[in-house]
Design a protein around this ligand. Structure first.
Ligand code: AHM
Ligand code: MG
Length: 337
């Protein structure tokens, strides 16, 4: 009989090895249980008529899906129950959510990434990043932290139930879901260096709306690597971790209807771009924004700040980084909500 190591035991070992408290284990237990509940509601969404939209528009100006709301409520509930969180920032809540004044952690999350996939029964995900409160620092109560301050980040692929988890300076790991619903069998993951599996991932339908520098770069690499795009960051990034290459969500600066331009890109810094940037770093990769700055260094000014994203193998990201830096002034700087 072969019994696999569970996620909780993996984390326990890590915490003990580094003389850390067990509070983080309690927090991660809440996140793990929340993911299982989201998975359950995803599985029954079609039968319970929860595949559609609500009549609510979120802070990003996007229509909220029924499952977005359900997933948000689940995560908030289990974060509160853990009693470890001082404040949480969710894609689905306009303001940061205050939880326990004695909590040790800040949690940033997108409870259901890739919502447009839901009505087609296609895969989605749950992304989260965690920073630690610094009780002795001046900014102990400020949740606007850059990705380099994260102590961990992760994503659950739903419904496959694969869990990717990265610890600061502790590597990126993948866990599979066993027949009892437990996340087991930690396997360290690295972005593959061998170019034969590398892929390029972006919304090619927007190609003409990207800046000349981005179009030029993408045009140069388009034919070299296979092209894949699922329309859900968790799904596309999961695939990227397996195969290597680059995922790009560039700024939209040249839309034929200028009101649809997104000079800061579409993805949100704290619970999307910084989360995958953190995981990518632990897997040997790199992530930069529209100015060629490392995403992990960008200190958010607002909870729902957007950021363009170029993430993947260092060689490719460094190459777009130098092209972006050469065209720094193509993209206006603005902080949006
Ligand atoms: P969501 O958090 O509302 O689901 O939106 C984020 C998603 C990402 O998962 C994905 O990479 C991107 O939006 C796809 O956008 P587009 O349809 O513009 O290509
Ligand atoms: Mg999202």
């Amino acid at each position: 009989m072969k019994l696999d190591q569970t996620f909780t035991h993996f984390l326990l070992e890590h915490q003990l090895q580094h003389q850390r408290t067990l509070n983080f284990l309690v927090l991660m237990d809440g996140i793990r249980v929340a993911a299982k509940h989201i998975q359950h509601y995803y599985n029954i969404a079609a039968l319970s008529d929860n595949l559609g939209e609500t009549d609510r528009i979120n802070v990003q100006g996007e229509q909220v899906m029924a499952l977005d709301d359900i997933a948000h409520d689940i995560v908030v509930h289990y974060l509160r129950e853990s009693q470890q969180v001082i404040e949480a920032i969710s894609e689905e809540a306009p303001e940061p959510i205050r939880m326990n004044e004695d909590g040790r952690y800040f949690v940033y999350f997108d409870p259901l990434d890739g919502s447009s996939n839901v009505k087609h029964n296609l895969p989605v995900g749950f992304l989260f990043g965690i920073a630690k409160r610094n009780p002795d620092g001046e900014d102990e109560d400020c949740s606007l932290r850059c990705g380099r301050d994260f102590i961990a980040a992760g994503m659950f692929l739903i419904p496959a139930g694969v869990f990717t988890f990265a610890l600061r300076d502790g590597g990126a790991w993948r866990f599979l879901k066993d027949e009892f619903g437990e996340f087991v069998r930690p396997t360290r993951i690295f972005l593959p260096e061998a170019k034969k599996t590398w892929e390029l991932s972006c919304n090619a339908g927007y190609m003409n709306t990207f800046s000349p520098a981005v179009q030029g770069w993408l045009g140069h690499y388009m034919g070299r690597y296979k092209f894949r795009y699922a329309g859900s960051l968790v799904v596309d990034f999961h695939r990227l971790l397996d195969n290597g290459g680059i995922f790009a969500y560039p700024p939209i600066v040249n839309h034929q209807d200028p009101s649809n331009n997104r000079p800061e890109g579409k993805l949100r810094l704290m619970y999307e771009s910084a989360v995958v940037a953190f995981i990518a770093k632990e897997a040997g990769g790199l992530a930069v924004n529209q100015y060629g700055e490392e995403i992990l260094d960008v200190v958010p000014q607002k909870p729902h700040q957007r950021s363009a994203l170029f993430v993947g193998n260092q060689e490719l990201v460094r190459s777009i980084q130098s092209d972006l830096r050469g065209h720094f002034h193509d993209i206006p700087r603005a902080v949006n909500g």
